[in-house]
Design a protein around this ligand. Structure first.
Ligand code: AMP
Ligand code: TRP
Length: 327
């Protein structure tokens, strides 16, 4: 069986973007690959090092979501990045062979600096984000990496780093490829191109009914459709985008009615909120079960870390040997 690593920064409960951009593939691939999934707490420090109080709680919340959507600890291995020291170790080694310009021209960094208003005072760690990610992926010799579209540039840098290592020392790393879902970039409720917690434009997988309704009612629609009878343009409407995902049965009728001015935005949004709530009902039920059993979740992580450490330490032995750093 081929291997696969992917991870998420522990920002707490996960949103629809995480689900349709990554988790759906994680779930499918756990039957086809030897999967390791990580809570990437070191990566979380790259933008929020000053506030670590909630990291532990966020990790548990995130892993409960993984379990609730159907990731199975009997098939996949769950771990926490900082608990498997080899991630930090390989990161340091790879940082030596990564040319600075590769990191300086990383488009994800540029976007982050802009959206978080970091100016030029961001950390050395943030600059090295893709190097740490390369270490995560290469430690487990991943062939593919299931992620959302925003992460693709990082996987390209990982390939470059792997190629460089293989060239200078020994061919030990496969060159990993990104694996995207059919919906690799989910927009926010505000119509911005990416749903994300830091932009506050997200809907949680476990969103309570009331706030879900509020968020859907606030969604951006076609600006040209002001009254019910105005003909709408579904192709520019965020509500319609989500109907395509959550309401496959009614979507063509909705498109037709919207276009001919037979369906108003309020009714259309109410319907969508209901469909999203129903879609995640089984996941919410499972979540409630795991929330009542935090020890179960902690044991799953402990077991996972043992397995991850074994693989990671054997790769590090190979790395040292390839680099002649052994005796
Ligand atoms: P993060 O919370 O940034 O660590 O993201 C974890 C995973 O979810 C990564 O694979 C992201 O690419 C993916 N992801 C996060 N937000 C979105 C989104 N709005 N659309 C698609 N994928 C996303
Ligand atoms: N950078 C990823 C994100 O923000 C999280 C991550 C860290 C990751 N290491 C990884 C994803 C390795 C895939 C593989 O979404």
């Amino acid at each position: 069986m081929k291997s696969l690593f992917s991870g998420m920064r522990p920002t707490g409960k996960l949103h629809i973007g995480h689900y349709f951009g990554a988790l759906k593939n994680w779930k499918k691939l756990q039957d086809e690959y030897k999967c390791i999934f990580g809570a990437m707490d070191l990566h979380a420090l790259t933008t929020s090092f000053e506030d670590t109080d909630k990291i532990g709680e966020n990790i548990i919340d995130m892993i409960i979501d993984w379990l609730s959507v159907g990731l199975d600890p009997n098939k996949a291995t769950f771990m926490i990045q900082s608990h498997v020291r080899e991630h930090s170790e390989l990161h340091l080694v790879l940082s030596m062979l990564t040319p600075l310009p590769w990191l300086q021209r990383n488009p994800v960094l540029k976007e982050q600096v802009k959206s978080l208003n970091l100016g030029d005072s961001f950390s050395y760690g943030l600059l090295g984000y893709p190097v740490l990610m390369a270490a995560d992926i290469l430690l487990y010799k991943s062939d593919i990496v299931p992620v959302g579209e925003d992460q693709v540039p990082h996987i390209e840098i990982t390939r470059e780093i792997a190629r460089r290592f293989n060239f200078y020392y020994k061919e030990i790393f496969p060159l990993p490829k990104p694996k995207l879902t059919e919906t690799p970039r989910i927009p926010g409720v505000d119509g911005k191109e990416k749903m994300s917690k830091s932009l506050g434009n997200h809907i949680l997988i476990s969103e309570p009914k009331e706030s879900l309704e509020k968020k859907v009612m606030s969604m951006v629609t076609d600006p040209q459709k002001i009254r019910l009878k105005d003909p709408g343009h579904p192709e520019v409407c965020t509500v319609f985008y989500f109907h395509k995902m959550f309401n496959k049965e009614e979507v063509s009728q909705i498109e037709e009615d919207c276009k001919k001015g037979a369906l108003g935005c309020v009714a259309c949004k109410r319907n969508l909120a209901k469909k999203i709530y129903e879609y995640f009902a089984p996941i919410r039920e499972k979540r409630a079960k795991y929330e009542n059993d935090p020890d179960l979740v902690k044991n799953i992580i402990r077991e996972g870390e043992k397995k991850a450490r074994e693989i990671a330490s054997s790769t590090m032995d190979e790395v040292r040997e390839a680099m002649k750093m052994s005796y």
